[in-house]
Ligand binder design. Sequence first.
Ligand code: ADP
Ligand code: MG
Length: 247
Amino acid sequence: MGVTATPMVHMSGVQKWFGDLHVLQDIEFDVAAGEVVVVIGPSGSGKSTLCRAINRLEPINEGEIAIDGVPLPEEGKALAKLRAEVGMVFQSFNLFSHKTVLENVTLGPIKVLGKSKADADKRAIELLERVGVASQAGKLPAQLSGGQQQRVAIARALAMDPKVMLFDEPTSALDPEMIKEVLDTMVDLAKFGMTMVVVTHEMGFARTAADRVVFMADGRIVEQNTPDEFFTNPQSDRAQDFLGKIL
Ligand code: ADP
Ligand code: MG
């Protein structure tokens, strides 16, 4: 192993416009293997677009993106394969409503990874146990609480054996009493060494689980630092202003 290991996520010179709106500006962003990065910033600063660009749910106009050293393909099978290596969990759980919890978790591994149903079932049960919802395996998503559904969404993403997990405000749609169970699941994942990019307003999570906090404003990464440094000693006016409003 070399000293300069390949980053799990690499973004360089990334530019993205929506019409006239320059939503991602000169993005230089690397995430090391096993690193947990929390992305924060005001609404509209480009956090979701950054996440979505990482697996090309959102095409970029300029720049490079690579996952574990492999440049993101433009399209086709190669893109599908690389996308499978990047798990994503959104604010809305996006589970298939007419499929059981178990089927939600096994569908990708069977269809995309070509796993047998038996293998996919076995792994899915392990993952559902890990996120604490194995007893719900035979139910439909609507029969679960929001917190349970989000944990199923995490299990579903993990079932693809991703190299990196992206979370875009995973607890924003949850009732307060369910936020902790989802955050605890994410803290657990971080402890297991998963590479994670997490957009969240949960500063408690950032303080306990993040290796690095990245602050975005107006489509730019304005500053980044360890949580301790960032929260106690933010450098930019934008970050000071933002923290003043949320803390
Ligand atoms: P954040 O997640 O930080 O709130 P977003 O990445 O969602 O920010 O959005 C960044 C900016 O891009 C916002 O001004 C938003 O309105 C705009 N935007 C996001 N998606 C689209 C889209 N599909 N078309 C046009 N503008 C968009
Ligand atoms: Mg967003």
